[in-house]
Design a protein around this ligand. Structure first.
Ligand SMILES: *[C@@H]1O[C@H](CO)[C@@H](O)[C@H](O)[C@H]1NC(C)=O
Ligand SMILES: *[C@@H]1O[C@H](CO)[C@@H](O)[C@H](O)[C@H]1NC(C)=O
Length: 617
C-alpha cells in the first residue's frame, strides 16, 4: 500500500503545473458558466462541457479557443463543438458541428494544444452564447497496477484538472465525474469535493483566472471489456446485382491491465466472475437491419457458438471468441454479412452513391487503425468519397474471377477511431448504364463475331475462329454468372423473410399477441410463395445452360435446403402458436420444438456455407 501511495505521489508531481502565465489577454471573452461531465464507465472517456461565453470587450469575436494539456490531446479521438440554441436542456450533439482547427497562438504555452472553433457569426459587445463540446479520449485510463493476476480486479488511474483549463477567466464552474458502479480506491479530495454513490463532484469554483489548473487523480475499479482493435480492415463490396457485401477483419487485443501468472481454465470455468473479472468473454455487434448470410470465423474455422438476433430495426450478432480474453491477450477473427443494395445505394444527378456507416458495428470498441475499403463495380468512374472527418485516401484495384479491368477500390484510413466515428459517409461514382448492358451487348457482338469468324473460317484462317469461340464461351459464362447472382439474391431474400418469422415468435413470447403472430405468418407465407415463383425462370435458364453444369447441383442443393428449412420453420411456428393457444408453459414449448430447432440450426449453417460458395462464382 505504501509503495502505491508513493507512486501516486510521484505521478502527481509529474502532472503539468501551470504557474502564472503572461497576463496578456487573448480576447475579452469570459466564461460565465462552465459545466463539465466526465464519463469513466467504459474504456472510452467522454467529456461533455457546456460553456456560457460572454463578450466583455467591444471588438467582435469570431472564434473561441479550447486548450488541452499535451499529454491529454495525444489521446483525443474525437472533438465536436455545437451551439446550444435550445432554451431548455437540449443536450444533443446531433446539431451540425462547428468547424475547428489546431492553432498555435503565441500567448499560449507550447505545452498546451489549442483548437480554435469558428463561430457561425461574430459575437458582439455584451452578447453571449452557449456551446456544447464533446471530447472523446482513448488509451487515457492507465491500469494501475499495470500487471494483475487472473484473480485480481482491474484498477485504473485517471488524471484531470478539477478546474477547467481555459485561456479565458471563468466565473463559476463545476465538474461531475461518473464512475462505474464498483470500488473506488482513492480520489483527490479538495475543497468542495463530494462523492455520491458513483458520482464524484468537484466545485462549484468561482472567479478563476485564465489557465487555472488543479490536478486530481482518481483510482477506481473498471472491469468493462477493454476491446481494442489494433487494426480493423472493413471491406464494402458493391454488386449491382443487389448486394452489398461487408467483410471485417479484426486484430483484437485486451487493452487493459496486463495479465501475469498462470492462467487456470479450471478456476475460470468454476467461478468466471471471481477468477476472471477483468477478462471479456463476448462482444456485441449491431448490424444493420436486413443483414443476411452472417458469419464469424477465425484461423481455425467457423465459430458457431455466436448467436444472431434480429428485428426490423437491427440485427445483433454476439461474438464469442474461443477463449476469454485477459489483459494483453490477442485474437484475430473475421465477420461477414450481406446487405440489400437498395438500402445503401442511391442516385443523384446522374451519379450513384453509397451511403453507409464508417466504423465498426461492435459496441464501445477502440480502433487504433481503421481501414475502410469500398470496392466498386468494374467500370465505375469519377469516384469521390465524402467523409465527415479527415481520413487518408488512396486508390487500388481488385481483381476477382473474370474481371477484365479490375474493380476500382477506394481505401480510407483513420487512426484512433471510436463509436462517434460511426457516422454515415458517401462514395459517389459514375457508372454507365451501358456497362450494365455490357453482358447482353457482348453476347450480341459475340454472335456477330461468330458469324464473321465462320465466314473467315470458310475462307482461310483457323485461329480466328478459335478465339471467337472462346470469346463466346466467356460471354455465355458471364450470363450464367449473372443468373447465379440472381438466384443468390432471391435465396437471400427468402432467408431474410425467415428471420421475420423467427422475430414474430420472439414478439409472441414478449407480448402474447397470437393474432399478430398469425398475421405475420400469413404475410411471410405469401412472400415466400412469390419468391419461389421468381426462382423459376433463372433456374430453368441454368438447367438449359451447359456452362452451368458444374455449379447447378450446388444451386439446386441450396434451393432444396432452403425449402426444407422453410418447412421446418413453419412447423416450429405452428407448434409454438399452438402451445400458446393451449397456454402451455415455456419448458413444454422448448421440449416440443427441440427437434425442429436442431435441424433448423444445422440447415441454416449448411445454407450459409452453400451461399458463400455460390457467391464466389
Ligand atoms: C445517409 O444515410 C443517413 C442515415 O440513413 C441519412 O441521415 C443521411 O441523410 C444520408 N446521406 C445522404 C447524403 O443521403
Ligand atoms: C466456414 O464458413 C464458410 C462460409 O460460410 C465456408 O465457406 C467454409 O467452408 C466453412 N468452413 C468450415 C470448416 O465449416
Amino acid at each position: 500500500m505504501m509503495t502505491m501511495m508513493m507512486r501516486l505521489n510521484l505521478l502527481l508531481s509529474f502532472l503539468l503545473t501551470f504557474t502564472i502565465l503572461s497576463s496578456h489577454v487573448l480576447s475579452d471573452l469570459i466564461l460565465t458558466k462552465v459545466d463539465r461531465r466526465i464519463d469513466l464507465s467504459s474504456q472510452i472517456v467522454r467529456t461533455t462541457t457546456t460553456l456560457k461565453v460572454e463578450n466583455a470587450g467591444s471588438d467582435i469575436v469570431s472564434e473561441i479557443l479550447l486548450t488541452f494539456p499535451d499529454n491529454h490531446v495525444k489521446h483525443l479521438a474525437y472533438l465536436s463543438a455545437t451551439l446550444n440554441e435550445g432554451k431548455g436542456k437540449a443536450k444533443s450533439f446531433s446539431g451540425v458541428g462547428l468547424p475547428y482547427e489546431v492553432v498555435r497562438p503565441k500567448d499560449i504555452p507550447s505545452s498546451l494544444a489549442t483548437y480554435s472553433v469558428t463561430l457561425p457569426k461574430g459575437l458582439g459587445k455584451a452578447e453571449s452564447l452557449t456551446m456544447d463540446i464533446l471530447t472523446v479520449f482513448t488509451h487515457i485510463l492507465q491500469p494501475f497496477p499495470e500487471k494483475i493476476t487472473q484473480a485480481d480486479i482491474q484498477l485504473l488511474l485517471f488524471q484531470e484538472s478539477a478546474q477547467y483549463l481555459s485561456p479565458y477567466p471563468v466565473k463559476v464552474q463545476s465538474l461531475n465525474v461518473k464512475l462505474p458502479e464498483a470500488r473506488i480506491e482513492s480520489y483527490t479530495k479538495l475543497e468542495n469535493t463530494k462523492l455520491q454513490g458513483s458520482e464524484l463532484k468537484y466545485g462549484p469554483y468561482e472567479n478563476l483566472p485564465p489557465f487555472s489548473y488543479l490536478p486530481i487523480v482518481i483510482h477506481f475499479e473498471n472491469n468493462q471489456p477493454f476491446a481494442v482493435a489494433k487494426e480493423l480492415v472493413r471491406e464494402i463490396e458493391i454488386s449491382h446485382w443487389g448486394n452489398v457485401q461487408i467483410t471485417e477483419h479484426y486484430n483484437l487485443v485486451h487493452g487493459g491491465a496486463q495479465s501475469k501468472g498462470e492462467f487456470s481454465r479450471l478456476d475460470y470455468q468454476a467461478r468466471p466472475y471471481v477468477r476472471g473479472a477483468s477478462a471479456f468473454r463476448r462482444l456485441t455487434a449491431k448490424l444493420p437491419p436486413r443483414a443476411h448470410s452472417v458469419y464469424y470465423r477465425d484461423e481455425i474455422g467457423n465459430i458457431s457458438t455466436s448467436s444472431l438476433w434480429g428485428d426490423s430495426k437491427k440485427t445483433e450478432l454476439e461474438i464469442e471468441p474461443r477463449y476469454p480474453l485477459f489483459g494483453g491477450w490477442k485474437t484475430a477473427f473475421t465477420i461477414g454479412y450481406g446487405l440489400p443494395l437498395q438500402d445503401f445505394l442511391f442516385g443523384v444527378d446522374g451519379k450513384r452513391f453509397l451511403n453507409i456507416s464508417f466504423g465498426s458495428p461492435i459496441n464501445e470498441l477502440v480502433i487504433d487503425t481503421l481501414v475502410v475499403k469500398v470496392v466498386l463495380p468494374e467500370g465505375s468512374k469519377d469516384i469521390s468519397p465524402s467523409v465527415p472527418f479527415p481520413v487518408k485516401e488512396r486508390h487500388e484495384t481488385k481483381f476477382s474471377h473474370l474481371d477484365i479491368a479490375g474493380r476500382p477500390v477506394v481505401v480510407l484510413e483513420k487512426n484512433n477511431a471510436v463509436p462517434e466515428h460511426n457516422e454515415h459517409f458517401q462514395v459517389y461514382y459514375k457508372f454507365n448504364r451501358l456497362s450494365m448492358l455490357r453482358e447482353p451487348l457482348m453476347l450480341i457482338s459475340g454472335f456477330f463475331f461468330l458469324f464473321l469468324a465462320s465466314i473467315v473460317y470458310m475462307h482461310a484462317d483457323l485461329s480466328i475462329s478459335k478465339t471467337s469461340a472462346s470469346y463466346l464461351a466467356k460471354i455465355q459464362w458471364e450470363e450464367v454468372q449473372a443468373t447465379i447472382h440472381q438466384v443468390h439474391s432471391i435465396v437471400s431474400r427468402c432467408l431474410t423473410t425467415h428471420d421475420k418469422l423467427e422475430a414474430s415468435l420472439r414478439d409472441l413470447s414478449r407480448t402474447g399477441d397470437i393474432q399478430g403472430c398469425k398475421a405475420t405468418r400469413k404475410s411471410v407465407d405469401s412472400s415466400l410463395k412469390e419468391l419461389t415463383k421468381e426462382l423459376k425462370s433463372p433456374v430453368t435458364f441454368l438447367q438449359s445452360s451447359p456452362q452451368a453444369a458444374q455449379i447447378l447441383p450446388k444451386v439446386e442443393e441450396v434451393i432444396a435446403k432452403e425449402r426444407d428449412l422453410q418447412e421446418k420453420l413453419m412447423a416450429k411456428h405452428s407448434t409454438v402458436v399452438d402451445c400458446y393457444e393451449k397456454k402451455l408453459g415455456g419448458r413444454e414449448i422448448e421440449n416440443r420444438i427441440a427437434s425442429h430447432q436442431q435441424k433448423i440450426t444445422a440447415l441454416k449453417q449448411e445454407i450459409d456455407d452453400l451461399m458463400d460458395l455460390i457467391d464466389e462464382i
